[in-house]
Ligand binder design. Structure first.
Ligand SMILES: [Zn+2]
Length: 155
């Protein structure tokens, strides 16, 4: 038997959470991410929660005020306007997204450190390869862990 003490703790995936994302909104996220190159892009997404399903109905493309290829900060004014629009339309904030222009779709240490709300989903789009890759994560900054969520695309 090997000593298991030193092995990293595997965080169980939050298998229950499923992001349901219309392809049209996937395209909107990718287009915004490409338009921000070489910098990171960012935004919010909203919709409805039904038990474990998060159905995305709107994507808000926001300005990265850091204008950096390695960091992002959302424009506060634009966040405020997006939240107001969600309220008006009866949508729930489901999470945020940002792009990684040249690294994989995996949360960085900073992404985990800055993830303040473990009820939100954190989508990362990687443009490192010719084909963009999108992944969604549940991040628990206190546990320093991220679990990938299922993403299902609808037409
Ligand atoms: Zn990141």
């Amino acid at each position: 038997m090997q000593n298991r003490q030193n092995q990293p703790r595997i965080t169980p995936a939050r298998l229950s959470t499923r992001i349901i994302l219309p392809r049209k909104l996937l395209e909107k996220i990718i287009a915004h991410s490409r338009s921000a190159l070489p910098n990171e892009a960012c935004g919010l997404f909203a919709g409805h929660i039904n038990e474990a399903d998060k159905r995305v109905e709107e994507v808000y493309c926001l300005k990265n005020i850091d204008e950096s290829p390695e960091h992002f900060s959302m424009s506060g004014e634009e966040q405020f306007a997006a939240i107001a629009d969600m309220r008006k339309r009866g949508l729930t904030l489901l999470g945020n997204f940002h792009s990684h222009p040249s690294t994989p779709a995996r949360p960085s240490e900073e992404d985990i450190r800055l993830a303040f709300d473990s009820s939100l989903s954190y989508i990362i789009v990687s443009l490192a390869d010719a084909e963009p890759a999108l992944k969604s994560f549940n991040i628990n900054k206190n546990e320093n862990s991220a679990a990938e969520e299922t993403v299902e695309y609808t037409s």
